[in-house]
Design a protein around this ligand. Structure first.
Ligand SMILES: Cc1ncc(COP(=O)(O)O)c(C=O)c1O
Length: 388
């Protein structure tokens, strides 16, 4: 099935008992048995019966099957946040003495996980230049177990060559994990390019309505099983009600993202002609240094862009507080347009030097483009830029 059909129908059959068109919310922490033998089997994973919602839940299961279908994965696991998905998945494949290689451009808390937290557990980590596969190749080691990338990157909109990274990782027997939040399954299918695990902050495009915090990992069945065992221990399971909201959100993902792709392209082109804008970062622009790679590995260029205001940090702040249709807020991927200044909002976990190293300037503004009318957005940006 095509994505727009899978988004609506995959893994959501009519409810057998009632004919309910939508998946019921199984808001139950535990599941009863009539035979003790069956409990033992279920606990050992020898039957498909549900036992306890931290392990597995029927509403969450439907969502996991739906994402697996959309990513072309055998299975998926959902979590209570994107960071729960990322940390649990990474911890499923490294141990003391392992090496993890990642790119430098990462979401702030993923950066902290890799740069600060993993070394505390005895995991050696190296962060390489995001757009240089040569540096990735040179820094792989015999004990590299995970290559961790994000593409497109937050908020610098750089791309990592997914197919090349997968080949390099596999050469040393490592797995390629990719945070594909910015693209979402409509715009990018990392598993089809050779990645092993695709990660999402489902808070963003998957749910799409700024009302849920959730995360996901999609992969081959054996890898998802490993991740789910660690999820049981770390406990970052998704609540059934949040799973139901995410199921509802995903149904419109294909149409939402299609509108967001179009709006972002229009806005990026408008901004690149504006005299108060020094630079626009959007993979759909021909001027983007990796536009050719974007055409190869993405099916749409996405709803995220960033741009540098010509002026000072205060000018960028002035822009973000002057928008009226858009809102100054963290997060992204919802139906409403949001603007944020990474240096003061989303990437404050990084030091000024770390931000400078990956190109997050004080004048950078990140835009999560929504589904509003493009002309209304342009008018709004025009009046906000005029106030600088
Ligand atoms: C690219 C990316 N990955 C991961 C996360 C973390 O997701 P969550 O906030 O759902 O934990 C975010 C959040 O903004 C993000 O933008």
């Amino acid at each position: 099935m095509k994505d727009s059909t899978s988004s609506v129908h995959a893994a959501e059959p009519l409810d057998e008992e009632t004919g309910s068109v939508t998946t019921p919310i199984y808001q139950s922490s535990t599941f009863g048995f009539t035979r003790a033998e069956e409990v033992a089997k279920a606990v050992k994973g020898e039957s498909s019966s549900f036992v306890y919602t931290r392990w597995d839940n029927p509403t969450v299961r439907r969502l996991e099957r739906k994402l697996a279908e959309l990513e072309g994965a055998e299975d998926s696991a959902f979590f209570s946040s994107g960071m729960a998905a990322i940390s649990t998945s990474v911890l499923s494949f490294v141990r003391e003495g392992s090496h993890l290689l990642s790119v430098k451009d990462l979401y702030g808390e993923s950066y902290r996980l890799i740069h600060e937290f993993l070394p505390r557990l005895g995991v050696e980590t190296t962060m390489v230049e995001t757009t240089d596969p040569g540096e990735m190749r040179r820094n792989l080691k015999k004990n590299t177990k995970v290559v961790y990338i994000e593409s497109p990157t937050n908020p610098t909109m750089k791309l990592v060559d997914i197919a090349k990274s997968a080949r390099l990782a596999h050469r040393v027997g490592a797995l390629l994990l990719i945070d594909s939040t910015f693209a979402c399954p409509i715009n990018q299918k990392p598993l089809s390019l050779g990645a092993d695990v695709v990660l999402h902050s489902a808070t963003k495009y998957l749910n799409g309505h700024a009302d849920v915090i959730a995360g996901a990992a999609a992969a081959r069945r054996d890898l998802v099983e490993k991740i789910k065992l660690v999820r049981r221990i770390l406990g970052g399971t998704l609540d059934p009600h949040a799973a139901w909201l995410t199921l509802r959100g995903i149904k419109t993902m294909a149409v939402r993202v299609d509108a967001q792709n179009r709006n972002a392209q229009t806005l990026a082109e408008y901004l690149s002609r504006h005299k108060k804008v020094a630079k626009v970062h959007y993979p759909g622009l021909k001027a983007h240094p990796q536009h050719a790679l974007a055409r190869r590995q993405m099916r749409g260029f996405g709803g995220m862009l960033s741009f540098e205001v010509r002026g000072s940090m205060k000018d960028a702040m002035k822009f973000t507080e002057s928008v009226k249709v858009a809102t100054l807020a963290a997060s992204l991927g919802g139906v409403e347009t949001l603007v944020a200044q990474p240096a003061t909002l989303t990437h404050t976990q990084l030091s000024a030097e770390e931000r400078a190293e990956i190109g997050i300037s004080a004048t950078l503004v990140r835009v999560s483009v929504g589904i509003e009318d493009a002309e209304d957005l342009i008018k709004d940006f025009e009046q906000a830029l005029a106030r600088i």
